[in-house]
Design a binder for this molecule. Structure first.
Ligand code: 3H9
Length: 706
């Protein structure tokens, strides 16, 4: 087979250097495996070549199979000789030289080499489970032989990226070489081992598998341990089954099991949804009306105004990613309380073992409390996170404008106030945008960037990049009431309350949503957030609008002193010091009384009705948002639901999930509920158009925000 353009072969003083060059991440796209095979053959055929080095050009070794190729019609028949078989059967040693990422098929390729060297910043892993599949190029058979089945199970079912130093401790990497000198060091390593025989071929070593033979219950115990997080999914169990096969069967039979499971899994609904989520997340980073090479503004130093729960969480988000951040509040006491809360949050992580005491001190040292705005002036960016009241915001924004240096980025963490109101308090509305964090701000990954009427393109582009720098997933929203995430979630909350009035209990609704895949049900989420916030909003709305219907049961719950977990009771009751929700007869009584007073007829609901009432309401709203040009893509809405609200990733996202039901069916149901329940279910014109054309919801998009 001729050497492909994607893979080069050069003889460097007796060492055959095989370079994979398939930007951006050297995925194993068609041509790459064939190129590697041809290069290995060439090295083996040339007497002048003593050993080989396999290396990646650009920023990475090999990030895995080309995910875009999956699910595209019938699988192309595998090549007669797979590159990893050719590799581990090579009579001359091959050294994998790893920088950037060796993931999935990339690590599997490296495991089929005889040796692996890596630079300290490299990461390795088998993340296939995160896209709903299992390693399908021998990873489930080779990794357990190298590191033992226990470690392999953990790595393969979590899919985590393992840093080079840990990979070396585990025995995956043979030698760590200096950063920036990978090729030279790998060539030197190859020279050193060129004449060493026998070659270390992983498939020939079963010693590490003994660990499972002496502990036959290991696999069932592992299945039990992942049952909660893996519910409704098949891929994690397929991973376990394949590793179990590695222990119980000879290598080639184990490979056959892996292959069968891979073929079963790759076209599953779960894999399609997870692949979609992978690309949706990346698509959300692209701003179609901006040049890709737009000059970003500096974001090295940050400031936060407001040391409440949100402000503190935002400051922690920066400190967690190595940024220095200043924080201020209106009074010294509020600032001190805020700093104490930050410390207490970090201490909880230390107690849980997810953070070292030393790291906590380093992070705390990055957060500097300051008592006046002038001390913030030099920062590259400021995020305002003060009380959600327009007069308070206006006053703060005047001070921000007066204090910040020219060119500084001025962001607001408002969750519901029009960004333009803040921008108009400044003399530089073009520097202002929304950066909406989700509670708890240091944990939740969604970073909703809100474009105000005058936000400059470079401000938006910098905000999007900033989110990624602090470990978040950015997504762009237009300036509409509630922006995109909360606005699309709003009707879900309305329906939750109405369902309770109509006869479903909070615990039934929560169970439906947890069974669907949410980590916790929506009523428990309300109890965690505190019921008083929603109550205050409803009271304000009532005062502004006499037709506002509100949520009478939720109001009664709050008026009975049940504010959620913080008062030990809300929609549920809680035992002191325990967050387990217990259904409470008093809640059932409040519901019954309120419903009787309002003369609402109650009836039983099926689980399916509950699910559809909640989610279809939001699908319809998301369509309205898209139709108004307030979101760029339906897939952006999905990204927001995945990272802002805990929507189960293996269902793709709100709009992807709706497509699995079918756009026509969704439309017909919404139209029927429009007849039955009235205006709030009026179908969005976009939804109607899509239903007429049969085009998928998830592909709805607009070119620029309006
Ligand atoms: C596998 O290997 C199966 C085998 O076991 C069996 C085979 C038989 N394919 O994320 P980024 C694109 S399954 C296609 O923004 P970063 C990505 O879409 C695979 N495209 O960069 C983006 O394109 P665009 C197992 C891919 O630096 C661009 O590259 N491997 C792939 O933030 C840059 O990506 C994985 O699951 C791919 N495999 O993160 C790893 N990977 O610019 C998946 C990336 O057009 N990849 N692209 O939007 C990742 O986790 C991250 O991309 C990585 C880099 C950590 C590598």
């Amino acid at each position: 087979m001729p050497e492909s353009e994607l893979v080069r072969f050069e003889n460097e003083g007796g060492i055959g250097v095989i370079t994979v060059d398939n930007p951006p991440v050297n995925a194993l796209s068609p041509g790459v495996p064939q190129g590697i095979t041809a290069a290995i053959d060439k090295g083996n055929a040339d007497p002048a070549v003593k050993a080989m080095v396999l290396i990646g050009a650009g920023r990475s070794f090999i990030a895995g199979a080309d995910i875009r190729q999956f699910g595209r019609g019938p699988a192309t028949p595998p090549p007669a000789r797979r590159h990893y078989d050719v590799s581990d059967q090579s009579p001359k040693p091959i050294v994998a030289a790893i920088h950037g990422y060796a993931l999935g098929g990339g690590l599997e390729t490296a495991l089929a080499c005889h040796y692996r060297v890596a630079v300290p910043s490299a990461k390795v892993g088998l993340p296939e489970v995160q896209i709903g599949i299992l390693p399908g190029a021998g990873g489930t058979q080779r990794l357990p032989r190298l590191v033992g089945p226990k470690v392999a199970l953990e790595m393969i079912t979590s899919g985590r990226h393992v840093p080079a130093a840990e990979a070396q401790r585990l025995g995956i990497i043979d030698e760590i070489v200096p950063e920036g000198q990978l090729k030279e060091a790998a060539i030197a390593f190859a020279r050193k081992v060129a004449d060493k025989r026998p070659l270390p071929v992983i498939r020939e070593h079963d010693e590490k598998l003994a660990e499972a033979k002496s502990d036959p219950g290991m696999f069932d115990a592992f299945r039990k341990s992942i049952a909660r997080r893996a519910r409704n999914q098949r891929a994690p169990y397929a991973c376990i089954e394949a590793v179990e096969a590695a222990v119980k069967l000879p290598f080639d039979e184990g490979i056959a099991v892996e292959r069968r499971l891979f073929e079963e899994q790759v076209n599953s609904e779960e894999a399609k949804a997870l692949r979609y989520a992978f690309f949706a997340e990346r698509e959300a980073q692209k701003l179609p009306d901006l040049p890709r090479d737009i000059q970003l503004r500096p974001t090295d130093t940050a400031a936060v105004v407001g040391a409440g729960t949100m402000g503190g969480g935002i400051a922690m988000s920066f400190a967690d990613y190595g940024y220095s951040v200043k924080i201020t509040d209106s009074t010294k006491e509020a600032l001190e309380r805020g700093m104490q809360r930050i410390r207490a949050n970090y201490e909880t992580s230390v107690k849980r073992g997810s953070l070292s005491a030393e790291e906590m001190e380093q992070r705390l040292a990055r957060i500097e409390p300051v008592t006046d705005y002038d001390a913030l002036g030099d920062c590259d960016l400021v995020i305002e996170a003060v009380f959600e009241q327009i007069p308070v915001k206006q006053e703060v924004w005047k001070k921000i404008d007066a204090a910040m240096k020219p060119g500084a980025l001025l962001f607001s963490n408002t969750s519901g106030i029009n960004i333009d109101i803040m921008a108009n308090e400044t003399k530089r509305p073009e520097d202002v945008a929304g950066t909406h964090f989700f509670a708890p701000a240091n944990v939740m990954k969604l970073f909703e960037v809100v474009k105000g009427t005058k936000s400059a393109p470079d401000v938006i582009a910098t905000a999007m990049a900033l989110g990624r720098k602090i470990g978040k997933v950015s997504a762009l929203a237009g300036n509409t009431d509630g922006f995109v995430a909360n606005r699309s979630r709003g009707p879900f909350s309305v329906e939750m309350n109405l369902l309770v009035e109509e006869g479903a209990l909070p615990e039934q609704i929560d169970k439906v949503m947890v069974d669907f895949g949410y980590p916790v049900g929506p009523f428990v989420v309300s109890d965690i957030s505190g019921l008083d916030i929603g109550y205050d909003v409803r009271q304000r709305r009532k005062a502004e609008n006499s037709n506002y219907r509100g949520a009478p049961i939720a109001d009664r719950i709050v008026e009975a002193g049940r504010l959620g977990q913080k008062t030990g009771k809300g929609w549920y009751r809680y035992e002191p010091g325990d967050r387990t929700p217990h259904p409470d007869p008093e809640v059932a009584r409040i519901i019954k009384e309120t419903v009787a007073e309002l003369s609402i007829a109650q009836h039983d609901f099926t689980d399916e009705e509950i699910l559809k009432r909640l989610l279809f309401a939001s699908v319809n709203e998301a369509c309205k948002i898209l139709d108004e040009g307030k979101a760029l893509r339906a897939s952006d809405v999905d990204v927001m639901w995945l990272y802002g609200f805990g929507f189960p990733r293996y269902r793709g996202g709100l709009m992807f999930w709706a497509d699995t039901i079918g756009v026509r069916e969704v439309y017909n149901q919404i139209a029927a509920w429009h007849q039955r329940y009235g205006e709030r279910w009026a179908p969005s014109p976009l939804l109607r158009r899509l239903a007429e054309s049969g085009a998928p919801l998830r592909e709805a998009k607009t070119d620029r925000l309006r």
